[in-house]
Design a protein around this ligand. Structure first.
Ligand SMILES: [Zn+2]
Length: 356
């Protein structure tokens, strides 16, 4: 048995025990109102399955007709989140996460973010929230050699990042819980593709304000729910990222919220944060959906030899389509932001002094 097949076999009993109760208990009750503005005028924006890992379950994204906020509804419970995140970023299939989100982690992108901050200040101390394995700080400190980078995350990647020297200090836990002990410690903070995963983005922004010094800057990058790719690709738009993305915040809502919480927005960018992967990722998701099942621990049956060989053959056969999609993504990249197709935006906000 290969090491992967062995790992799958070891994980299977625990997964199947959890799934014996179905997947309903992974969801909270459906909420009747918008978590952003309280309006009860909701519409169903998307219904999908788990196209990332193909675990059982269905997920719905609702959109508020009053303020435009979109959100997973019903939302996953903490147990549900734990179930669907398992073996994604760490463990068994971490390589799949790399394939899908790897483009977000390119060195050039990280350098661009560090330069964007440097246009406003040269921070002494920078906290990267949701740092994962510390890829961003590792690159950013080459651009900003006098800045001390720390990382915060719930996973053990952040501790590994400290041991590897990618961050100086590792804070493990939730920002909302760690904020009191970190109050006023940083003059820069970043949240790259982080808020959409959080239970309550507004609480995260409040916590960030507490952790920042007056005059400190917060950099946020988020998927743009108003991207025309969302309409064009529907559930194959990778930024929907179900079931992990809980909130989709339109830029105007984020700006209003930041102002209300005591920040001044100093920069907005819809061009640089675009990750040219929409068509390539849609291909990957489609392929993953229609190929014969992989050997996954949440499936009761181990695939037969024939199924494995067929899967392998179809994967090779699909390479030209993926290569074409990748080329199209790259060729279109300079155009997308001018035509409403950019898939992400960036906001830099300065923390205002406290009212005296
Ligand atoms: Zn609303």
């Amino acid at each position: 048995m290969s090491p992967t097949a062995q790992a799958v076999a070891e994980r299977r009993p625990a997964y199947l025990t959890e799934l014996a109760r179905g997947t309903e208990h992974f969801h909270e009750p459906r909420r009747p109102d918008c978590p952003w503005c309280g309006s009860t005028k909701l519409r169903t924006r998307l219904r999908t399955t788990d196209l990332l890992q193909h675990k059982p379950g269905t997920f719905t994204v609702d959109q508020c007709r009053s303020c435009g906020h979109s959100f997973q509804n019903p939302r996953l419970t903490p147990e549900g989140l734990n179930f669907y995140y398992r073996d994604f970023y760490d463990g068994l299939h971490a390589d799949r996460a790399e394939r899908i989100s790897g483009a977000q982690n390119s060195t050039k992108r990280h350098q661009g973010c560090a330069h964007a901050m440097f246009r406003h200040l040269e921070p002494e101390s920078w906290l990267d929230v949701g740092t994962g394995h510390g890829h961003f700080p590792a690159v950013a400190k080459e651009v900003l050699p006098y800045t001390a980078f720390d990382g915060l995350d719930i996973g053990d990647g952040v501790e590994e990042a400290r041991r590897a020297g990618r961050v100086e200090e590792a804070h493990r836990g939730f920002l909302t819980e760690l904020a009191p002990q970190l109050a006023g410690r940083y003059d820069a903070m970043s949240m790259f593709h982080y808020l959409e995963h959080s239970l309550d983005p507004r609480e995260e922004l409040k916590a960030a304000r507490r952790v920042l010094r007056p005059g400190g800057h917060l950099m946020i990058e988020l998927p743009d729910p108003e991207s025309r790719y969302a309409k064009l690709l529907g559930k194959w738009w990778v930024s929907y990222f179900q079931p992990q993305h809980l909130h989709f915040i339109p830029l105007a809502n984020l700006r209003t919220e930041l102002a209300a919480l005591g920040y001044t927005v100093v920069a907005v960018d819809r061009r640089e944060p675009h990750v040219p992967l929409d068509l390539t990722a849609a291909c990957t998701l489609l392929l993953g959906h229609y190929l014969p099942d992989a050997d996954d621990p949440w499936r009761t049956k181990v695939p037969s030899g024939l199924q494995r060989r067929l899967r392998q053959a179809l994967m090779y056969a699909s390479v030209p389509a993926s290569v074409a999609a990748h080329a199209a993504d790259r060729a279109l990249a300079p155009l997308v932001s001018r035509t409403g197709f950019s898939n992400a935006y960036r906001v830099i906000a300065r923390r205002n002094p406290d009212p005296s």
